[in-house]
Structure formats: C-alpha cells, structure tokens
Design a protein around this ligand. Sequence first.
Ligand SMILES: NC(=O)C1=CN([C@@H]2O[C@H](COP(=O)(O)OP(=O)(O)OC[C@H]3O[C@@H](n4cnc5c(N)ncnc54)[C@H](OP(=O)(O)O)[C@@H]3O)[C@@H](O)[C@H]2O)C=CC1
Ligand SMILES: O=C(O)CCC(=O)C(=O)O
Ligand SMILES: [Mg+2]
Length: 740
Amino acid sequence: MSTRSKITYTFTDEAPALATYSLLPIVQAFAASADIEVETRDISLAGRILASFADQLGDKRVEDDLAKLAELTVSPDANIVKLPNISASVPQLKAAITELQAQGYNIPDYVEDAQTDAEKDARARYSKVLGSAVNPVLREGNSDRRAPAAVKAYARKHPHSMGKWSKASQSHADYMRGGDFFSSEQSITMTAAGDVRIEFVGKDGQVEVKKQLALKEGEVLDSMFMSCNKLREFFEYTLQDCKETGVMWSLHVKATMMKISHPIVFGHAVTVYYKDVFDKWGTLFDEIGVNPNNGLSSVYDKIKTLPASQQEEILHDIHEVYSHRPEMAMVDSVKGITNLHIPSDVIVDASMPAMIRNSGQMWGRDGKQKDTKAVMPESTYARIYQEMINFCKTNGAFDPRTMGSVPNVGLMAQKAEEYGSHDKTFEMKADGTMRVVLADGTVLMQHQVEKGDIWRACQTKDAPIRDWVKLAVTRARQSDTPAVFWLDPERAHDRELKKKVETCLKDHDLSGLEIHIMGYNEAIRFSMERMIRGQDTISVTGNVLRDYLTDLFPIMELGTSAKMLSIVPLMAGGGMYETGAGGSAPKHVQQLTEENYLRWDSLGEFLALAVSLEEMGIKSGNAKAKLLGKCLDAATGKLLDNNKSPSRKIGELDNRGSHFYLALYWSQELASQTEDAALAAHFAPLAKRLTESEAKIVAELNAVQGQPADIGGYYRTNPELTSKVMRPSETFNTALAAFA
Ligand SMILES: NC(=O)C1=CN([C@@H]2O[C@H](COP(=O)(O)OP(=O)(O)OC[C@H]3O[C@@H](n4cnc5c(N)ncnc54)[C@H](OP(=O)(O)O)[C@@H]3O)[C@@H](O)[C@H]2O)C=CC1
Ligand SMILES: O=C(O)CCC(=O)C(=O)O
Ligand SMILES: [Mg+2]
C-alpha cells in the first residue's frame, strides 16, 4: 500500500459543526482501514477570530488553520472536505467576540469607529474575518455542482412539498432600471501583463490612488458603480408601489459574500424605510454610533445607553413608521425580527428560491403568508428570478416528481468576478471621477461618480476561464447533457468572456455535444422549458450565478441544496469536495439546545466523502480507499431508499440516527463486497455487531430527545459537552471503539 494519505476535514460552525462531532469518529474509524488519516482544520468563525489574535493569547493561542488550508489548496496532494461555515455579519462577529471573551479569551472588542492605534489594529484584523472570508481563499478551482442520480431518484419518489402558484399572484422581483452596477459596467481584457492604478480624481483635480494591481496577460478587468441617489429613489419607489398595491415589501441581498457593497445597500434600505426616524434622530444616532449598515438591530443595540424615556420615544417613532410604510416581510414574526434587522438574515441565494417554492410568498407580521415584492437593487442577476416567477405563474409550480435537473459548472477560481471585488470596492467620499489607468498613463476605464456612490472593480484571470470551459466540456461529455454558457450580450464583462469562450471551445473536441451561449433570460427560459419536460441542462455560469443557481434549482428539485454534490477540482491538481451548496442553518442549533434534536441532513457530507475517497484511491493507487468510497455511495443509496435521513420532528430519527444507519449500511457493504477479502473480514464483526444492536442503538439515540441540551456555547461550543450530546448511544460508541 502507498504511504499514509490524508483527508482534511474542515471544522466549521453551527449545525454542520454539531453534526461533525457525531460523524467524524465514524469516518475516522472507517478511513483508518485504508490507511487514511482524517485530520481536521478549524475554519469556524470563532477559530478564525482566535487565530487572528494568536500573538495575544498566550497559552490559549490557536494555529491559523485557514492559512494552512490555503497553502494546501495549491498543492497537488490536497484532498479537502469543506463544510459550510458562517460568513459573518458585524452583529454575528460581535456576538462571537462577546462569547469568546466570556470564555476567558483575551481578545479586544470590535470598535467600528476605531480611534486609537490598538482599536485600529483590532479592526483591521477583524475585517479579515468578516463576511465570506473562507470560501474565496480556498476556492483555487472552479466548481461542478449537481444532484447525484440516487438523490434525484429519491426526490422523485418522495417529493417535497411545493406551494401552488396562482396566475393572480402579485409577487414579483423588482430591480433598478438604471444607475446600478449593470448599467455602468465597463470591461477590458489585458492584451499583455501590466500594472494598473485605480484612482479617484476630485473636482479640484487632486488624484488619489486607491489601489494598484498587477494584471496578467489575458485577464479581464471590469469596473462599475451604483448611484447612491438612484438607489435611494428606487427604494422609495418600491415602498410607494407596495403601499399602493398592498403587496408586502422584502429586500434580498448578499451582504455576507458582497461584504463591502451590500451592507451599504442594506443600510440605505434601512434609512429609506425608517426615513422619519433617521431624519429626527440622525444626529443623536451618529453620536451613539448607530450604523444602519448593520440593520435596525444597531439602533436597538445602541440606544440602550440612552435614558429610558428617550429610548421609549425612539421605539415609539419606529412603530409609527409601520403605520405609513408598507408591510415588510419578517424573518421571525413571533420574535418581531424584520427583514431589515440584520443584514445576514436574508441571503438572496437561499431566500429567493425559498420564496418561489412557497407560492411566491413570504411571512408577514401576523405570521401569515403574503404576496411579496422581492427587492434586489442590482439588476444584473435579479432578472432571472422574475423569469422564474413568470414561468411559475404561467405553468404552475414545478413538480419534483417529473422535473429535470439543472446542474452547474461555475467560474469561481482565484476570486473570479464580483466575489473577489472587496478590496477594489469604494464608497465615494466626494464627487469626482473614478478611473483605471495603465502604468503609462493610458486611461482604460472611467466613471463620473458622486458622493455616496459605490464603485468597484472585478478581476477574472485567464487560466481559471480556460479551466472553466474545459470543465464544462468534460461535464457535458460525461453526463451526455446539453450545456449552456450564461453570457449576457448586454453586459460588457460577458461580451469579453464570450470572445474567450468561443476561442477556448475550439481547443476541445465538441463532436456530438450540444453547447449554447445565451443571455440570462433566454438561458433560464430554455432550461426551465426543458426541465418541466424532464430534461436536464447544464448551466455554465460566472461566480454569482453559480452561487444563485445552485440554491435555486436544487431547492426546486430536491427541497434543499444540502443534497448537492459539490466538487472543486483544484487547478494545482488536488481536490476540494464541498458539502452541499447551502448554509449553516442557525435555526437547527436552536432546536438542538431547546429539545436535543438535530435535523441537519449530512447527506452533502456523505456524498463529498465518497468522492474524496474515490479520488484519493485513483490518485494514490490506494484500492482500499476506492472501495471505501464505492461502498459509501452504496450505503448512502440504501439510506435514502430506507428513508433513514433525519426527519424534522422530535421523536423520529435525527442527524445522529442517520449517522448510525450510515455506519451500519457502510459496514454491511464493506463486509459483503468481494473485491477485497481482507477488508471484508475486517468489517464483518462491526457489521454484525451494529446489525444486532440496531434496535438498542436507535432507542438510546432517541431516548435523549425532548430535553434541553447544554453544549456550552454557540460560536465555540465546549468539545466535551458537545461530544457527549452528539454521541449519546453507549452501545454505538463502544462498538466503534472496539473496531477502531
Ligand atoms: N459554503 C458555505 O460555506 C456557505 C455558508 N453559508 C452561511 O450559512 C449561514 C446561513 O445561510 P443560509 O443558507 O441563508 O441559511 P440556512 O443555513 O438557514 O439554510 C436555509 C435552510 O435550508 C435548509 N438546510 C440547509 N442545509 C441543510 C441541511 N444540511 N439539512 C437540512 N436542512 C438544511 C434549512 O431549511 P429548513 O430548516 O426549512 O429545513 C435551512 O433553514 C450564513 O452564515 C451563510 O453565510 C451559506 C451558504 C454556503
Ligand atoms: O461563502 C459564502 O458566504 C457563501 C457561499 C455560498 O453561498 C455558495 O458557495 O453557494
Ligand atoms: Mg450559495
């Protein structure tokens, strides 16, 4: 056998981290039989915060696991199983800091309005932890996301609920018709490597260099801006329109991933909706440090320092607003949490499909479902949601029993497109010109901007584009499925990409393949027309559409994107296997602590692990690893067939129970296979023991449900307590310990 190989399993946050406490011991025990070590790397929000202050933590210091993982992604040996992690908003960051401080970690506060050098230093370190700080670092490859055949077959046999669509629905997507990033986008392709400067030129002719970039040959560079005035006018128009038509108002942005631009957009929504409050109290709010970009929660938080009577007056004024503004969608109507409370509560990739699946409705203040205007200021991608809404109005809701699939090949490597724009995004402090200038002074692109406008540049490197085209052709060939490049002729960036795609495609054998290039509206209509006829269509898209479509279609097809297989062939030769395409499901944690029930479905982890093992087997010539992967796939199929996934209701099988069944079926598959007799003999006793103890183990697992569970924290739970909660069956634990 080859030398001991390593799978790196990420330790993240919330529900997936809890699930890890139960699943990882099983995986480690099984993998050891193929001489594979499964190591963990902590990329949780808490872990990343602590790593940022390692120099101040003394004996409590932790390693910078994200940095270690980043190094690994550019090594051909990388084999990483990546679970979803928190992309933190400021309120989440602050909550995590408070928790860690209470646990005795000597870390500083996050001071938004940093004054002293120490505060500025802390703020700079925290800014690296904020938002989507993990995925762009690890994604040194493009993505291939799809529903495996067994998962699709399961969804067809056990369809999830789908809300009916009425032709009379008033729900729709609304977006800016001018003044947004889409309408101002400019794009160039570098004909040779070169340095460029991003500059602001003031009305007085003063030039301020904002950023310098060293660009490679063939790199695509875009620039664009959103007008602050037009954005605010747009918000006001949407509110008036809702008021007149009686449709509920909701806002859908991605403040986590677009961590610089979207919180600003969110902040404008807050100050427009609550205009009367901010007009009256704005000066005081500035003094006490209210930041509307952090949502209305910032007002509630900061006014706590004010005298009670003043607090009451402000709260009264907030309530007054509701009497003349349209009804707003609620995140939690019972607790009174609105859509504008916290910028990370409503995240467009998951929130729009959830709304469309739910008859186009969201929940109002009274807890009832209502037709909704989904406000997505940036029109670039918002249009696809309107297309899907139109389609559902015409054809009715999608039918999971018969619908086809839309897998995705996404361009995301090396911080491609908007998702890598954070360090090139600027909120204008004055009127003037933003321009991109070559080292020799040639002006490549420029925009007239006004104070408050949001300007940004995006880079897309040539090598990732070529890799993406190759991945698309490979996927189309392997799945024997038509592939559509979603490139919009109205977008400057997409026109540059189209030229490259057309050239790259010539390098590949396309015989017998159906490959199209279409604008977004045309592409989604084409895919949906095929989908309702049971046909599959691969979407080949840029980074943002990758994110949006891999929630949108899976949520229609499978009920959740957690059931996706999500592979990132790393450009340096390694592999990263992301689990699902969904989030970290905070409400699952709450259910666990309240009633000791975890409904997180680890199917995404099972699928990712199987591919990770298989790839390891192929790359390192480890036949046992390959066999482990094959048997894991078979076990996952059996788990689906026998309906052993977690249910949602207490008293039934939860996440821990589904892990037991995975271990049972996986060991049975390994014991009964005939390719490797030694491996079969190795697993036979475990399979026997688990088979015989099934009823006892399930009873032990289910017996703990119904009581509160103490895991000693939220962002950094206590490992011993969490392990105890997540591994409550003595019989199962003993069987696994005896085997390992
Ligand atoms: N790759 C990554 O690292 C990603 C990280 N995120 C982060 O996750 C957090 C939450 O984001 P968001 O996706 O909007 O919200 P959620 O994580 O809450 O996901 C939305 C809903 O999807 C369902 N769901 C998702 N995964 C599972 C699963 N494995 N098992 C069962 N149900 C599941 C749940 O629905 P129900 O309760 O109705 O069953 C859940 O409430 C944010 O911090 C976000 O930044 C988000 C996307 C990807
Ligand atoms: O990194 C993030 O913030 C979210 C990523 C995401 O939603 C995705 O990859 O689908
Ligand atoms: Mg997503």
